[in-house]
Structures are given as structure tokens and as C-alpha cells.
Design a binder for this molecule. Structure first.
Ligand SMILES: Cc1ncc(COP(=O)(O)O)c(C=O)c1O
Length: 371
């Protein structure tokens, strides 16, 4: 079957591009003697997580407990959950994960959540590994690097929590609007990590894990002497946001939407059958304003996807085009993680041939757990 025979809209996954991305990042990490534990919230697929292991990834970073449970059940050795938890139901899941997977690690940045997790772990007679989240500039989670020793000292009161090291995520890099700007976010990542690492080591702490990462900062931070484990997520697919900072080229954008032109109501307006429910409304995280519209129409720079309804998208034409009603187009979404979360399967393709369906089997509550 070819992509021309598919119903539109469809979310395609170019397997050749994706495999290139997996190899590129893992080869570079291996060359630098580093590990990749990819953030799997990007794809939410057991099949793709296994593929990442085949290419050399040695652990996983998970954005949801569903993902962590799926990775542990699949036999992964090192499974890190990116955020603290605070409720009874989540703590029970964390405790169960710690029991089932000796390499399970949670990230913590505050005493209240730590106290609650420690109590849950104590009641279940289990020890839960953790890293301290250090704020390297995103100002979301995290302890300030200069306060990390004070925090680590306070964490010693929690006897069922085991200190493993520190983690950070320089997600504010998505404020960069061009390649030249990425460097200053790498500097934040590396400098703040160094301040935290040096302070902890000087205070006598041993750090088994120093982990960090994002797709745009991966290359600049790869040879940092402190960071050993990297967590790129988006790199498996890339997207229009990565194109805007030259983090990826078009042949590295592996996930795109196949859509049909269904109307041409006025001279400069074309309408396709893919809307916000395929492309997502993301226009760049954390203040990136270099993104024009809601995706890149491959091979048609004359169009801007300037508006989306739920099921349809409006293209604005500037100049001339040969596109007509009934034609199909491929659209690279601005943020592939968002598009990936809008489908139950990707149509895996090689060139124009459909290869197989890749199931997105670990989307939120896909296992109907705890309902
Ligand atoms: C904590 C954390 N680490 C790593 C990543 C991966 O970043 P990226 O998708 O830029 O590779 C994310 C993504 O949001 C994240 O939240």
C-alpha cells in the first residue's frame, strides 16, 4: 500500500528519518562516552522505546507514571520519572515501581513531596531512589544550584529515600529563535550543573547520576565533564520548532501529517482536512516567536498554515502555486510531541510505501489504571 491510498488526515512516521535520528544521537553519545536515557513522552510507544534501546539508549526518562510502569514492565533497567508526586494514588504507584524495578528513580525538588513519598515508602518497607532537580534556568521545578547542599542535607531525614545525584532540564532553550541563541542556554545548563555538582562533591556527596538534556542543547552540552546521562526526547521525530533553530533539517523531521486539500474558496485561501486535532495549536514553547503558523507544508513554501479549526486547516497563499483541490500535502507540525499525543497509531512509512502501524500504546491513562 502507498501513502496515496490512505485516508486523510493521517499521522505518518518516516521510519528511515527516525532511524537516522536515533543513530545520530546514540552514535554521538557513544563517541563521547555518554549515555542517553531518552524522554519518552515524545512518542509514548513501547515499540519505539525498544527501538531506542536497540540503537544504544541505556535507560528511559518518563513524563508520566503510565510510561514508567510500561518501561518497567518491559524489563528496562533504568527508569527515571521526571517529576515529584504528592497524592496517595501516585505515591502508591511510585512505591510499586520502586519494588518492581531496582533502577527506578524519581526526581524531587521539595520537602513536602519528599516527606509524603518517604512515608509511603516506609509503610511499604521499600527504598525509593531519587535525584534532586536543579533549576538550570527554566524556572519550573528545581532547587537553585547554590542551595542544593542545604536541600540535600535536609533530605537526609528521609530514611526511605536514597540520594542518587542531580537532574536538570534546560527547557527554556525553546525561547531561542535561531541557532545562534541556543549557545547561551547550553551555557546555563552546563554552568548551573557545575555549580551544583561542585558544591555537592565539596560537601562530601557522591553523585552516581548527573543527568540533563533537551534536543536543542544536546550537541553543545555533550562534552560537558559533569553530565553523564542525556535526556533528549523530541530528537526521535523533530519538528518545525527544531527547524527554526537548525537543530534538525527537513529530512530529520520524521513525523508529519498527510492531509488533502478540500477547498479553495478564494484566491489566496486553501483549506485542508487536518486541523488542531492533528497538528496541535503549539506555536513554540516558552516564548519562541520565530514560528510562523501551525506547521510547515513540505515542498510548498508559498503556503502558511495560518489558522486551525479542530478538523480543518487554512493555508494562506503568497505568490503562485500548482496545488489544487484533491491534492495531498505533508505538513511538519510545530511540536511533534503534541501531534503524537493526538493519535492511537503512527502510520510507519518508508518513502511512499506504508510499512506498518506503530501503536501509541502508553498515552495518558491508556491502560485505564486507577480509574
Ligand atoms: C524534564 C524533561 N527532560 C527532557 C525533556 C526532553 O526535551 P526535548 O523534547 O527538547 O528533547 C523534556 C521535554 O519536555 C522534559 O520535560
Amino acid at each position: 500500500m502507498t501513502i496515496h491510498e490512505l485516508q486523510t488526515p493521517a499521522i505518518l512516521l518516516n521510519l528511515d528519518y527516525m532511524e537516522h535520528n536515533l543513530k545520530k544521537y546514540c552514535d554521538a553519545a557513544a563517541k563521547s562516552g555518554k549515555q542517553i536515557w531518552p524522554m519518552i513522552k515524545t512518542h509514548k510507544s513501547t515499540e519505539l522505546a525498544r527501538l531506542q534501546t536497540e540503537y544504544g539508549c541505556t535507560g528511559f526518562l518518563c513524563g508520566t507514571l503510565d510510561e514508567a510502569e510500561a518501561m518497567a514492565a518491559d524489563g528496562a533497567k533504568d527508569v527515571m520519572y521526571a517529576y515529584p508526586v504528592s497524592t496517595e494514588v501516585s505515591i502508591a504507584r511510585v512505591v510499586k515501581l520502586a519494588k518492581a524495578c531496582s533502577g527506578f528513580i524519581i526526581r524531587i525538588d521539595g520537602l513536602d513531596a519528599a516527606r509524603a513519598i518517604d512515608a509511603g515508602a516506609k509503610a511499604a518497607d521499600v527504598r525509593v531512589n531519587y535525584t534532586i532537580i536543579v533549576d538550570s534556568g527554566l524556572h519550573r521545578f528545581g532547587v537553585k544550584p547554590e542551595k542544593v547542599v542545604e536541600f540535600a542535607d535536609e533530605m537526609k531525614q528521609f530514611k526511605n529515600l536514597v540520594f542518587k545525584g542531580i537532574s536538570t532540564h534546560p527547557g527554556h532553550v525553546y525561547g531561542a529563535s535561531c541557532e545562534a541563541e541556543v549557545g547561551k542556554y547550553v551555557e546555563d545548563e552546563v554552568k548551573n550543573t557545575a555549580v551544583a555538582v561542585d558544591a555537592l562533591r565539596n560537601a562530601g556527596y557522591e553523585l552516581e547520576i548527573v543527568s540533563s538534556g533537551s534536543t536543542p542543547t544536546f550537541w553543545g552540552a555533550l562534552d560537558d565533564k559533569n553530565i553523564q546521562v542525556y535526556h533528549p526526547g523530541n530528537y526521535i521525530f523533530n519538528d518545525a520548532i527544531q527547524l527554526s533553530t537548525n537543530t534538525a533539517v527537513e529530512e530529520e523531521c520524521a513525523l508529519y501529517i498527510l492531509a488533502s486539500v478540500i477547498s479553495h474558496p478564494s484566491e489566496d485561501l486553501y483549506i485542508c482536512d487536518a486541523g488542531a486535532k492533528c497538528l496541535g495549536l503549539d506555536q513554540g514553547a516558552h516564548g519562541n516567536n520565530s514560528i510562523k503558523g501551525f506547521g510547515v507544508v513540505k515542498g510548498h513554501p508559498e503556503f502558511t498554515v495560518y489558522s486551525l479549526s479542530e478538523e480543518v486547516g487554512k493555508f494562506h497563499l503568497e505568490g503562485n502555486t500548482d496545488l489544487k483541490v484533491g491534492d495531498k500535502v505533508l505538513i511538519i507540525p510545530n511540536h511533534s510531541c503534541s501531534s503524537a499525543n493526538l493519535t492511537s497509531y503512527y502510520v510507519g512509512v518508508r518513502g511512499e510505501e506504508v510499512d506498518h502501524l506503530v501503536h501509541v500504546d502508553i498515552r495518558g491513562n491508556s491502560g485505564k489504571k486507577n480509574v
